[in-house]
Design a protein around this ligand. Structure first.
Ligand code: 0A1
Ligand code: ZN
Length: 851
């Protein structure tokens, strides 16, 4: 593997040429696929110089090359094909290349590869260069025509079908696109089909292509797709623009899914669902990912990114849109809480350590390493703030202008902000800091009550991050409401716009000192550092009218309690127990909301909290504290818990609806707590009676948590052993519930079991990811967790560097811990770095983590 160089945003230059048309022919063969490419090329008028032509290409065997029909011998190196400027005609010309590639040996799953006998592609970000010689950069957009030659029955590519016969098919994509959106699939597949008519009357054939036998598990994905298409018309005025929309499920895939134009490719775990194989969380995730990929058709495909530094332009916006969609389909409050839990556990964690980077990074070695929680999740939060600041109507006008102005273009964050400036007349230069500066702002609040005037004073601190020691104050939209002491809201939600390092806001005309509800709806991705007595948190948990802050009050209290227990052996707080009991048994509240309140903060969250207090987290003590809290809660909720469980344990026929999922979530939370009292008796019978995967996993999890469930593990494996995506749950559960001292050994046993396909990214991520998520297990003082993860990263890296690099983020928090743990973690990271032929992907990650 040759050294990769750092790429800088500041070095951006438009490409030397334009590619008006691309004609591709694929003669598929597992070890010797031929790719013929004909490119219609002309000099780019935006570039004044007369430059050479350089095409990207990696791992290609060049068979022939012709320029305007004449055979030529271009200059080749490991990464490119170059034709010198003086060898190029002055105007337009045609370049034809033929290359040979070997999809069967492609274990990295980038470019053209094979999965279970089918051919498929993954080109984002820079995979197209492994298929043919081409300017593999998003600002080069072209019209693609594709011919596929193969005996396989189903041959798919982007755009509309343009003909087919025995052993061939042709596709024509009328919309210019960058190469990263190219896709091809060939295999023995079956379709689950439906029809859709767009708002303006265009009929569209919808197909979800799966392996024979899986057709009956596509209904939910199809339903989600149809709802997404309608929603994008109704909410954003965006219609679909081709005659067909194809989705293909593949088992070997590095990420969740990919938005290739008209041919989305999905990791099979985010398509296939039936009540007996998919949990309610799986259903929600499938709905969100189907929507996400579909929404990319406008935010990503019709308008794409000028360069990969602008990745958040499509990803942040598309995540924001899929969050809006899920909120509309389900409960907005519950969705918001879940999204914030994810944001904190993934993005705040990233932003707080050595891998912190801006939403729009300024440099990278391997772009695949920047498909991060910061680019995606914080990228979406930034758009949410923008919408809050300009208001819903201006947001809509700005988006209309964005689609109008930039359709068919490769745009930048500057273009994006400009449409908001043009629509509102606002200057967004300070707001832009959210894109250019990394780190999670800390927000302190002080209150004052004088002569009937209530003042809130906020101070923001923007902590240093790698490469950015000093930061400026950000624009922070702070949504606030005020309650009077008997729990009535006296000031409904208003938005305070903070722009300075320290700023005060006054409220007049209040009869008594109010209780503030700050950062309603989590209106900005900041850490609110507000000291409040437990009684006040309990009061807000009982009375806040903002559902997010109601939950947040309970969560803040739980975090404080757990941190105090871990740090100084404090007892479980009765205030927390009482407050949670009141919520749990309040039948006027949404069961899904109550289930969220019962979910204790994750141990990693508490480690993050303790670290933010300037203390060193002890994983073993945090683990013990969390267990103790759960045990105390089970006792405090008493008999009411059994009653709650019985009430929820109804016989309604299964539906994946949010309402039913919420009831199941609360029922399973109750079951988990009950098991701490009855040693798992009820859970064992719940497992035997389970009528959905949610109940099956819920019961098994409750059993494992109390040291039971061995027989149930055996029966689960007997039932699902042939379904690898379902068995991922079986593997993850065992590791998640393993005792800290044993977690690494359990993971080692499972990943090393004969027949376990650890080369498949889903399998690898499940086991190593579950170990990393077992906080006390991964960080066990023996160092066994660190060692096992490092061993397996080294094993996977030569085969699949991209997934190895992603999973390496298990180590991203290592600097938070004590000297002994730091020493062990550092030694493992250094061991990885010393490996011969380490990929540039994993090398970049480890070097950044070592700082
Ligand atoms: N654009 C896709 C995610 C994706 C990104 C990179 C990939 O390979 C490196 C694959 C998929 C999305 O946001 O869904
Ligand atoms: Zn995306």
């Amino acid at each position: 593997m040759s050294e990769q160089k750092t790429v800088y945003l500041a070095d951006y230059l438009p490409y030397s040429h334009l590619i008006d048309k691309v004609d591709l022919t694929f003669r598929l063969h597992p070890t010797a696929t031929r790719v013929l490419a004909r490119l219609n090329i002309r000099p780019n008028p935006a570039r004044k110089d007369r430059d050479h032509l350089r095409l990207d290409g990696e791992g290609l065997k060049l068979v022939s090359c012709r320029l305007d029909g004449q055979a030529i011998t271009p200059t080749l190196d490991a990464r490119s094909l170059t034709i010198a400027a003086h060898e190029l005609p002055v105007g337009a010309f045609t370049l034809e290349t033929e290359v040979e590639i070997a999809p069967e040996g492609n274990t990295a799953l980038e470019g053209l590869y094979m999965s279970n006998g089918m051919y498929c592609t993954q080109c984002e970000a820079e995979g197209f260069r492994k298929i043919t010689y081409y300017p593999d950069r998003p600002d080069v957009m072209s019209r693609f025509k594709v011919r596929i030659e193969s005996d396989l029955p189903v041959l798919l590519s982007n755009g509309n079908p343009a003909g087919q016969g025995q052993g061939w098919a042709e596709w024509d994509d009328p919309w210019p696109k960058p190469a990263y959106l190219f896709a091809l699939v060939a295999g023995d597949l079956r379709a689950h089909s439906a029809k859709f008519v767009t708002a303006s009357g265009r009929p569209v054939d919808l197909n979800i292509w799966v392996r024979p036998g899986d057709e009956d598990r596509c209904a939910y994905a199809m339903d989600s797709l149809i709802r997404s298409m309608r929603w994008d018309e109704q909410v954003y005025g965006r219609e679909y623009d081709l005659d067909v929309f194809n989705i293909v499920a593949v088992d070997d895939f590095n990420m969740g899914a990919m938005e290739n134009k008209g041919l989305n490719i999905f990791n099979s775990r985010y398509v296939l669902a039936s009540p007996d194989t998919a949990t309610d969380d799986d259903y929600a995730r499938i709905e969100a990912i189907i929507a996400h990929e579909y929404f990319h058709n406008w935010t990503g495909n019709r308008i794409t990114c000028r360069d990969w530094f602008q990745l958040c332009l499509k990803e942040g916006l598309t995540v924001f849109r899929d969050h809006q969609f899920s909120a509309d389909m389900r409960s907005p409050a519950v969705r918001r809480i879940e999204d914030v839990v994810t944001l904190r556990s993934r993005q705040f964690r990233e932003d707080d350590g050595p891998l912190a980077h801006p939403v729009r990074p300024e440099s990278f070695v391997e772009i695949n390493n920047f498909y991060t929680a910061t680019v995606y999740e914080k990228g979406a939060e930034v758009i949410g703030m923008l919408k809050s600041l300009v208001g819903d109507q201006a947001y809509q006008r700005a988006l209309d202008l964005y689609f109008d102005r930039h359709d068919g273009e490769a745009a930048t964050i500057e273009d994006w902000l400009k449409v908001f400036e043009d629509v509102t007349g606002r200057d967004l230069s300070q707001f832009k800091l959210w894109y250019t500066e990394a780190g999670t702002p800390r927000l302190k609040v002080e209150e004052a009550w004088n002569d009937g005037i209530y003042t809130l004073t906020f101070t923001q601190k923007n902590p240093p991050t790698p490469g950015q020691p000093v930061k400026q104050p950000k624009v922070i939209p702070i949504k606030v409401g005020l309650l009077n002491p008997n729990g009535d809201e006296v000031v409904p939600t208003i938005m305070l716009e903070m722009t300075r390092a320290k700023q005060s806001f006054r409220f007049e005309g209040l009869a008594a000192k109010p209780v503030p509800s700050i950062l309603r709806g989590f209106s900005a991705p900041v850490v609110l550092e507000r000291k409040a007595p437990p009684e006040e948190r309990a009061f807000l948990l009982a009375h806040d009218t903002d559902a997010f802050n109601k939950w947040e009050a309970g969560r803040a209290l739980a975090k404080e309690v757990m941190a105090a227990m871990a740090l100084k052996g404090a007892p479980v707080s009765p205030a927390w127990l009482d407050a949670l009991a009141a919520v749990t048994f309040d039948d006027t509240l949404d069961p899904a909301f109550r289930a969220l309140c019962l979910r204790l903060p994750a141990e990693d969250d508490i480690a993050q909290t303790i670290h933010a207090m300037g203390r060193i987290p002890d994983p073993a003590r945090i683990h013990a504290a969390r267990r103790e809290m759960a045990g105390a809660l089970a006792i405090r909720l008493g008999e009411g818990l059994s009653r709650l469980y019985r009430d929820l344990d109804d016989n309604a026929p299964f539906s994946p609806s949010a309402a039913q999922a919420g009831r199941r979530a609360l029922k399973i939370a109750a079951l988990g707590l009950l098991s701490r009292r009855d040693g798992g008796r009820l859970a064992a019978s719940a497992f035997a009676r389970a009528r959905s995967m949610t109940e099956e996993v819920g019961a098994l999890s409750a059993l494992l948590e109390v040291g039971q469930g061995q027989a149930e593990l055996v029966s689960f494996a007997a039932r699902w052993g042939r379904d690898a995506n379902v068995m991922d749950k079986w593997h993850a559960l065992q590791i998640a519930h393993a005792e800290p001292a044993e977690a690494a050994a359990v993971a080692a046993r499972l990943i090393g079991a004969p027949g376990f396909d650890w080369k498949n990214p889903n399998r690898f991520r499940t086991v190593i990811g579950a170990l990393a998520a077992n906080h006390a297990g991964f960080h066990h003082r023996s160092g066994a967790g660190y060692r096992l993860v490092a061993d397996w990263l080294l094993k996977l890296d030569p085969l699949n560097p991209q997934t190895a690099a992603r999973v390496s983020t298990a180590f991203e928090t290592w600097p938070r811990y004590d000297a002994a743990r730091r020493k062990r973690a550092r030694a493992e990271l250094e061991r990885i770095l010393a490996a011969p032929d380490l990929s540039s992907d994993l090398r970049e990650m480890v070097e950044r983590m070592l700082g």
